[in-house]
Design a binder for this molecule. Sequence first.
Ligand code: FES
Ligand code: FES
Length: 199
Amino acid sequence: MHEYKKSFSITVRVNGNEYKDRVPSHMTLLQFLKERLHFLGTKEGCSIGECGACTVIMDGKAVTSCLVLAVEADGSSIRTIEGEAKNGELTPLQKAFIEHGAVQCGFCTPGMIMSAQNLLDRNPHPSREDIVEAISGNLCRCTGYEQIIQAVQSVANGATKQNNLVGVKSVGGGGDTEGGQPGGKVSEHNSKSKTGGTL
Ligand code: FES
Ligand code: FES
């Protein structure tokens, strides 16, 4: 048997729960999360570490899970987008994304939120430059980034409260807006699903 065909037993804690499995040596953490554990909120874009869609937090650090082998994650603690909202209550950052129109097609959103949340965890009051740096590895083709930066800033400034979501939000791009028109409205339900990684 060739070395690359070997499999290994791993134990990984994901969103507070422990999972044990046997994985092939070439399986990525992204594949492990999606195919073995069925955490589908983490997105796969480029698969080569350039888009940031697959970002999760591993032992307190934002990582692109397509570049981490599952065996490398053995013994680690992972946070995915599914673990952010508690009892259906979005985090202040997730709410801020909706409030500021930082969610359009939503493909980048789970990874973007994990990168931004990791920054806020390490530095609750980041500068604009800190925010830009933190999300520099996360590509967004829809928003132009400004709304995302404003969303993160609003949490850093304490402007986003726990329960101040509006029903619908006028936003500045296309994506899943009403009629697919730029400047249309993204429904609260739609945006919540995207920020929570369930859409
Ligand atoms: S899918 Fe991992 S960085 Fe693009
Ligand atoms: S890629 Fe960022 S919202 Fe569409």
